[in-house]
Design a protein around this ligand. Structure first.
Ligand code: DP6
Length: 381
């Protein structure tokens, strides 16, 4: 029996992917850029096994529950493409065992509860693709593998790298140039920290897949957004290279706002932000104003949970502000850095937050993490 275990990280986009020009191949209407989060805290781990003697047919377990692999479905496509690449190697070298013909057993689990309200599809599919690539000893690099991960879930292609990652939309019809590449590694700018504020752990109302399709079909504002993204991609890459936090933060916040505006312009409209999310935006805006400079950036994906990026030196101020207005149960706080929450700046105008503040639990949990590395091969976990 052959076996490989790989873990892959979560990524959170600063320039959002929203819209497909090809729904089968998962080709996006715009390029996107994300920060990979440290997998010491949040990760998906996948073990893949191939054996001649396994009963016919591939099988997959997600968090211990068996899932069906549909032929031609997203997972099925990823597995069959990787098998195809293995077959090419076997044809080149007849001494290789014929793994491409053997049934597979794949088990994947997240170390964070699905109830954490975090999208697990990106890390999950990246771990699956990376573990099969390892099992099959494929020569392809991470960018080439990202072409396959992309077909599992668009945002998954970015989880094949650590650090700061761009997904280039590409122009080819077959998707051969729609792939992820690293802008800078996690060691270039390790001071970027992230605070995840879990506002809701419920499964979202409108999935990204169906929501973005509806946007493509009905939103006129999307065209405006698509004109803006290329310069934002350049500018944010520049900001990352030069470690210009203010520039990075403004672009991140503007792009999150632009994405949620396009959701509102979709018909029927899609609401991902709720009142707690909007209140978090107001707290961060006021924290930045009263600090005299931009020290934090919020961003929201297809749900109400906030991810706040900040430099390590300022994350205590961010944690202090969030905890003051959104009291969270002590048990629901993960902070491996043991950060001391700091007082609000003296000039902070508390009237920006709703009268009486928020009740305990409006923000269910807080997870403090930082930028991290790409997939790791493990012996056994
Ligand atoms: C808002 O990658 O989940 O998180 O390709 O249909 O699987 P599919 O969509 P998915 O969409 C992610 C959307 C987003 C923005 C982003 O991560 O760039």
């Amino acid at each position: 029996m052959y076996e490989a275990t790989v873990s892959a990280p979560v990524n959170i986009a600063c320039i959002k992917y929203w819209g497909k020009r090809d729904t089968k191949l998962i080709l996006p209407t715009n390029s996107s850029l994300s920060v990979t989060l440290d997998q010491d805290h949040l990760r998906s781990t996948t073990t893949s096994r191939a054996d001649e003697s396994f009963e016919k047919g591939d099988r997959l377990w997600l968090n211990g529950k068996e899932e069906t692999i549909k032929q031609g479905g997203r997972l099925g496509v990823c597995i069959s493409e990787l098998r195809g690449w293995r077959k090419i190697e076997e044809d080149k070298d007849s001494s290789l065992p014929k793994l491409s013909q053997w049934p597979l057993r794949i088990a994947s689990y997240n170390n964070f509860p699905t109830a954490a309200g975090l999208a697990s599809s990106a890390s999950g599919l990246a771990a699956l693709v990376a573990s099969l690539a390892k099992l099959f000893q494929l020569p392809q690099n991470a960018s080439q593998l990202s072409i396959i991960a992309r077909q599992g879930s668009g945002s998954a292609c970015r989880s094949l790298f650590g650090g700061y990652v761009a997904w280039r939309e590409g122009t080819e019809k077959d998707g051969s140039d729609s792939l992820a590449e690293q802008i800078e590694s996690e060691t270039h700018w390790p001071e970027i920290h992230a605070l995840i504020c879990v506002v809701s752990d419920a499964k979202k109302g409108t999935s990204s897949t169906s929501g973005m399709q509806r946007t493509v079909e009905t939103s006129t504002l999307l065209k405006e957004r698509l004109n803006l993204v290329p310069s934002r991609m350049n500018d944010i890459s520049q900001a990352i290279r030069s470690k210009n936090f203010e520039k990075f933060a403004i672009l991140t916040m503007k792009d999150s706002n632009s994405f949620h505006s396009v959701c509102l312009d979709t018909f029927p409209p899609i609401f991902y932000l709720n009142d707690v999310s909007k209140s978090i935006i107001q707290v961060i805006e006021e924290l930045n104003r009263s600090s005299g400079k931009i020290i934090a950036a919020y961003t929201f994906d297809a749900g109400p949970n906030a991810v706040i990026y900040s430099l390590q030196e300022n994350i205590g101020k961010v944690i202090g502000a969030i905890k003051k207005f959104f009291p969270t149960e002590e048990d629901n706080q993960v902070d491996p850095f043991n950060t001391k929450p700091e007082e609000l700046p003296v000039d902070f105008n508390e009237n920006v937050v709703r009268q009486g503040g928020w009740e305990k639990g409006a923000v269910k949990s807080l997870i403090h993490t930082k930028v991290g590395d790409g997939p790791r091969t493990l012996s056994k976990e």
